[in-house]
Design a protein around this ligand. Structure first.
Ligand SMILES: Nc1nc2c(ncn2[C@@H]2O[C@H](COP(=O)(O)OP(=O)(O)OP(=O)(O)O)[C@@H](O)[C@H]2O)c(=O)[nH]1
Ligand SMILES: [Mg+2]
Length: 214
């Protein structure tokens, strides 16, 4: 019985996600679902991308509480909406449907959706995005793709952030990469540092290449 309920929730979510995707397609808004554990660098990576894209960007910020991240994004004077889930561990398509009513998406070419910091729950919920990325960071350890295959197997790219900390942490990049390719052959892997900017340009160039509406 429980399994049936979960299935119904996911089916209902998928219906709304289809509507969201239709909206994004009609408006030519390339939409990126940014997922990661708390503190991996979701907001930092979005802040690095905004000035490099040379295009119109909007952001939906998802957090359990607070408007800390949306205030950082708002400094760029771009459209931003904060969703506070109040406890939910993931965003769902209905939350995004509500958020886009408050965003003026006309003329926007990139929409980043920062999901709730969590490596499990966001994986099952299609938001209507065009691509999904996961950020893993060096201090979290090199075994995350092995421990959270559900999320790592669904993404188009894996960003390994905080590589400036590699000298201080036991982190085997080959082991990390092998864990990804074992479950997801299509995922691109980008080692970056939002602190030193290393690797950020190549990630942004890849993102531009993925945008069918640019
Ligand atoms: N050393 C180092 N610190 C970083 C890097 N990227 C982000 N940080 C720091 O990591 C902390 C968390 O970064 P955020 O971008 O807020 O992470 P987040 O994933 O958005 O966090 P939540 O929204 O709270 O889940 C901040 O103190 C950042 O300054 C990096 O490449 N290197
Ligand atoms: Mg954040």
């Amino acid at each position: 019985m429980k399994i049936e309920i979960v299935k119904n929730i996911l089916e209902a979510n998928d219906q709304v996600a289809l509507l969201n995707r239709e909206t994004f397609n009609n408006l030519n808004v390339f939409t990126v679902n940014v997922m990661a554990s708390p503190g991996a660098g979701k907001t930092s990576l979005i802040l690095e991308a905004i000035p490099r894209l040379n295009s119109s960007v909007a952001v939906i910020e998802g957090d359990v509480a607070s408007s800390i991240d949306s205030e950082k994004v708002a400094r760029f004077n771009i459209p931003v909406v904060q969703i506070n889930t109040g406890g939910n561990c993931h965003l769902d398509a209905s939350m995004i449907r509500e958020a886009i009513k408050k965003l003026s998406l006309e003329g926007i070419r990139y929409l980043f959706i920062e999901n709730i910091g969590n490596l499990i729950c966001p994986a099952s919920f299609d938001l209507g995005e065009h691509i999904r990325i996961v950020i893993s960071s060096v201090p979290e350890g090199d075994d995350k793709p092995y421990k959270y295959p559900g999320l790592f197997s669904t993404v188009d790219a894996v960003i390994l952030n905080k590589i400036d900390l590699l000298p201080y942490v036991d982190f085997n990049i080959e082991y990390f990469k092998n864990g990804i390719t074992a479950i997801n052959k299509k995922a691109k892997i980008f080692p970056v540092s939002c602190k030193t900017d290393e690797g950020i340009d190549s990630w942004v160039e890849w993102l531009k290449g993925e945008n069918r509406y640019k």
